[in-house]
Design a protein around this ligand. Sequence first.
Ligand SMILES: *Cc1c(COP(=O)(O)O)cnc(C)c1O
Length: 434
Amino acid sequence: MSAQTKIIRTTSEGLFEKAKTYFPGGVNSPVRAFKSVEGSPLFIKKGDGCMIWDEDDNEFIDFCCSWGPLILGHNHPAVYTKIVAALQNGASFGAPTRLENELAELILSRNPFIDKIRFTSSGTEAVMSALRLARGYTGRDKIIKFEGCYHGHSDALLVKAGSGLVTFGESSSAGVPEHVAMDTLVLPLNDIDALKKCISEHKGEIACAIIEPIPANNGLLLQEKTFLLALREICTENGILLFFDEVISGFRVAFSGAAEYYGIKPDLVTYGKIIGGGLPVGAYGASKEIMACVSPDGPVYQAGTLSGNPVAMAAGIAQLTECAKPGFYEDQAERTTYFVSIINTHAKSKGYNFELVTVGSIFWLSFDGKKSIHKADEINPDMTGFKNLHRELLNRGVYLGPSGYEVGFVSSAHSKEILEKAAGIFCECLDVIF
Ligand SMILES: *Cc1c(COP(=O)(O)O)cnc(C)c1O
């Protein structure tokens, strides 16, 4: 194919200049700023199915899918119709509605891991609340977190591994008090020995171990099942709650998330993203006994003016109804595997140091050559390859989230034909950059 011209971004650039006068960095969430790739962010005007259009009318096949929530693609007719129907009755009441029951029933009737759920308005809020519940239930203050997992931006979880051999965390953001970070013990993923050592040093002090069972916010760091099983066992032995943060993996790799995918029962679980059908919803859930601690039944306080918002519930009901249909996840995985294997076969035949790592309908671009990466420090920090590929893909109508640490998502709207076309473009771009 002939050399590609750069896409025109004049309108987006103008909007971004204006946005910079309103918002820090011109955005309302940092990764959107395109800082780690070339150019300035595209302002999106419209989405339909697996396609999006920016303000300059460039058209893209979208693999960001709002960072995961849109497992049915943009503007799915069932979701759209249900949202509009709910909205006709009003946007919010601050009183219970039937729709909350419906979404809870849809989830709990299919989920063998939790008895009760509480809806929040974001993943961060769900995790923050569940963490409080873990501490309230166990009467312990310390928590274990794994390096390379993201759990939203609450203080206790904006913590990274400290220097040297200590497990005490160091805050990864200004404004997080040191004494808060001190209660977060940070361990490497996929390392049973480090886990055992930490727990023996903090006997009786640890409320929970929080993990993304499928870590997908910092590369795709698939864990060995033996590690997850050991984690389950060690938590049980030590009265530590196993906390699966399934904000990204829930309803993505299987209806009941990674817990179902691996067949491992967590004590606490959080959801977000897909559960809201593109509207702001999060949730946390656990057994009856643990959930009995939550206000107004118990002493752990947690609330929300817009929690269980009827329009957001409606979107979640419509989306999860589609996800619950037989064969939905098999079909998602099948189309994703098809897409990924075209690209990987091409990269391998050409000897490129590149592969797509995948699970379910998630994929991640690894420029590492290493076959399986389980830990955060195994990721190649040089993101030049990603930056170049991102640019070439954009110029040819394929949109990926603007960071090499983020994963891509395939939705049910990505047909086999579209995926074949996108895979062809990927291969062409790989030829250009390598
Ligand atoms: C996205 C994400 C969060 C944060 O959810 P927000 O809705 O962005 O607050 C927390 N945990 C995991 C695993 C996530 O993927």
